[in-house]
Write a new protein. Structure first.
Length: 135
């Protein structure tokens, strides 16, 4: 049950936030944002999940995912979690692509390439290069 899992993650996040565990909060936020992006893009087909509650989540999934990812960009910079930035940029590119914002998607994908310039074998860099070629 995806909806229950998202609620459980949100409850866990609240507990971690109370304890000042920023890395755990960022991991949870990234997981929830990624789920929203997958739902919005259709990579996680709602029809396969057979959960009517998802129909309430789906319309705002892209907006919620984007909002969470934008917030995470600032958080990872503030707390020195720079290694997560390429993944966040990649996910933002997926949202922009799904919303037919090719110029914005391209900017995020190029940011991934720049952030991982010294990591030629990074998986996210390859995914970003493939997505860039599809634009």
């Amino acid at each position: 049950h995806l909806i229950r899992g998202l609620r459980d993650l949100a409850a866990s996040r609240e507990s971690f936030a109370t304890g000042g565990q920023v890395t755990a909060c960022v991991s949870i936020d990234l997981s929830i944002a990624r789920t929203c992006v997958l739902l919005a893009s259709g990579e996680l087909p709602v029809s396969k999940l057979k959960n009517p509650g998802l129909l309430l989540v789906l319309p705002g999934a892209a907006r919620r995912g984007r909002s969470m990812l934008e917030g995470l960009k600032a958080t990872v910079e503030e707390h020195g979690l720079h290694s997560l930035r390429p993944l966040i940029e990649y996910e933002l590119a997926l949202v922009a692509k799904q919303q037919r914002k090719a110029k914005e998607a391209r900017a995020h994908l190029e940011a991934v390439h720049d952030l991982l310039a010294d990591e030629p074998y990074a998986f996210v860099r390859h995914k970003a290069a493939n997505a860039l070629a599809e634009l």
